[in-house]
Design a protein around this ligand. Structure first.
Ligand code: GAP
Length: 540
């Protein structure tokens, strides 16, 4: 699938626009148009329903975007949430040092190494891929390496090189030599000031993740929410990161939405819950239409893990620009609650009353007395009844999810000898659920079609279209990803049946007009296409 085609369809059909486009746009910010906002909302709603509403063990939360600055000290974001950044002194271009890749050619002779034959830097995009193409050209040019000479090639990122080698390199934007600075750490948090005076004391941050609001409210939820471990607190909301290099359409933006769950459990049960959420989240994407052949569940190697994390896995999707992260599932141990406990001075441990009662009942008097003896002076029993819960964190991006579902849905196929572009969304995610069409604008067809449209509109987002040839109207809805089309024609006026068209197969059936609402409802619930007389198959 060609990414440019998808970006242009998103613009043309009102899924996604560059933010502030009339002023030339602003890098890293995007707006969702009428179809895009429905698609993203359906994704967030499906996540919310599957993660919270239909479960007994997860509650929701909606925290403020700006929080006490100490939250970000405790979380480690003030000190550590940064990317190594390189500037060009000449053109003022700015690059992430870990994304600035190079290919270095060294021509060696028998007598010793000659100077570097050539060096390439690429600042962004599919760096190595582009570099490889250039490399092939170089290889061709150097096919004529003389006897006694050999050409070696190494590659890596800016960070892999010695400072004196880095100093010589060429800027990938302006192509000037020796203009790049040494890498410097650049904090990704957006800063602002709360209050009238813009000084250090009033400095605040836009949250770079929604998770910390959940940890900061852990005590509140435990004290008021009647929750018992294992339980989760979930949140959907905007996060902000001043990404050095926003790219790949909405994939890496500076303002984006996250769907995060913090699942709190007993330390001894955490390995079980980690595996549970890792598998459940992977399956969620498959259920909603991402092909498992395009999804990877990648376990992090031990050297990739944060020092506090016992295990982390990424769910990755094969985007047109490469395999990239959709969601991370991390076993964070008790790191976050312990940090907030330390920085706030508040007790964030949890007394597991159920476990305590169960153990007490099973202990027998002698061992219970022994236990109390051993824990003398303690007001409450200690571990394993009183503990700082361990956290399993599935953290998903709503915008990345939206982009993956768009990429997967985009298809070009042929119907009745005609090429069409179609977005084959899962019906649950489709922005418009059904479109209603009068075949022609006469003989009472528009009135009948409108009555059906009004009935459906009370329940779902549906669309009414009476303009143009019916084939073109179908194509327009195919491009919007509308799964079902309902057409009122001459026969409707005689027997009160309509045609019901399936977007993916283009097959049409005749069904009673009175059954349309139930049919759409069943289809959205995953039931099969309604029976009835087949009118046409795969053509129109
Ligand atoms: N609380 C953990 C956390 O925030 P993360 O891996 O930094 O972890 C989680 O982010 C998810 O948020 C990512 O998998 C991705 O889907 C989304 N995300 C992160 N940065 C993003 C960006 N700049 N643009 C769009 N989505 C982003």
């Amino acid at each position: 699938m060609d990414m440019d085609k998808l970006v242009s369809l998103c613009k043309r059909r009102g899924f996604i626009f560059p933010s502030s486009e009339i002023y030339g746009g602003i890098n890293g910010f995007w707006d969702y148009g009428p179809l895009g906002v429905e698609l993203k909302r359906n994704i967030k709603d499906a996540w919310w329903k599957d993660t919270i509403t239909t479960r007994d063990d997860v509650v929701g939360l909606d925290c403020s975007i700006i929080m006490h600055p100490k939250v970000w000290e405790a979380s480690g974001h003030v000190g550590g949430f940064s990317d190594p950044m390189v500037d060009c002194r000449d053109c003022k271009g700015r690059f992430r040092a870990d994304q600035l890749t190079f290919i270095l050619f060294v021509l060696s002779t028998e007598g010793g190494a000659a100077p570097a034959k050539n060096i390439f830097f690429f600042g962004s995009g599919n760096e190595l891929e582009v570099a490889e193409q250039h490399a092939k050209k170089i290889d061709k040019l150097t096919n004529g390496v003389k006897p006694g000479e050999s050409l070696t090639r190494t590659s890596g990122t800016f960070l892999d090189l010695d400072p004196e080698v880095r100093a010589k390199f060429t800027c990938p934007t302006c192509n000037k030599e020796a203009t790049l600075t040494e890498p410097r750490n650049f904090n990704l948090m957006f800063e602002s000031h709360a209050g009238a005076i813009a000084d250090e004391a009033n400095k605040v941050y836009l949250r770079p993740e929604t998770a910390q609001g959940i940890f900061a409210n852990f005590r509140n939820v435990v004290d008021t929410g009647r929750v018992k471990t294992p339980f989760g607190i979930a949140q959907v909301g905007k996060s902000f990161r001043n990404e050095i290099n926003p790219r790949n359409f909405t994939f890496r933006s500076r303002e984006f939405e996250q769907m995060e769950l913090e699942f709190f459990c007993h330390p001894e049960e955490s390995a079980h819950w980690y595996k549970y959420w890792r598998d459940t989240r992977y399956q969620w994407y498959v259920t909603h239409g991402l092909k498992s052949s395009k999804l990877t569940l990648r376990d992090h190697d031990p050297d990739e893990l944060a020092f506090y994390s016992k295990a982390t896995a990424d769910i990755e999707y094969d985007f047109p620009f490469g395999i990239s992260e959709l969601e991370g599932i991390a076993h964070r141990g008790d790191y976050d609650l312990s940090q907030h406990q330390k920085f706030s001075g508040k007790d964030l441990s949890y007394f597991d009353e159920d476990r305590w009662e169960k153990e007490k009942a099973g202990m027998g008097m002698t061992s219970f007395k022994q236990y109390l003896e051993k824990n003398k002076g303690a007001e409450k029993p200690g571990y394993p009844y009183q503990y700082v819960p361990h956290v399993i964190e599935p953290s998903a991006g709503a915008d990345r999810g939206t982009l993956a579902f768009l990429c997967e849905a985009y298809q070009e196929d042929e119907v009745g000898g005609e090429l069409r572009t179609v977005l084959k969304f899962h019906p649950r995610l489709a922005p418009i659920k059904a479109a209603v069409f009068p075949l022609v604008k006469k003989d009472g067809m528009p009135e009948k079609a409108e009555a059906i449209y009004r009935e459906l509109k009370r329940h779902f987002n549906v669309f009414f279209d009476e303009k143009g040839a019916i084939g073109r109207r179908y194509r327009r809805q195919d491009e919007a990803g509308t799964p079902f089309g309902i057409t009122v024609d001459g026969q409707t006026l005689q027997d009160d049946t309509v045609t019901f068209r399936d977007r993916d197969s283009c097959t049409q059936w005749r069904v009673p007009a009175a059954g349309v609402l139930q049919a759409v409802r069943d289809l959205l619930d995953g039931q099969p296409i309604p029976g009835g007389e087949k009118v046409s198959e795969g053509s129109e």
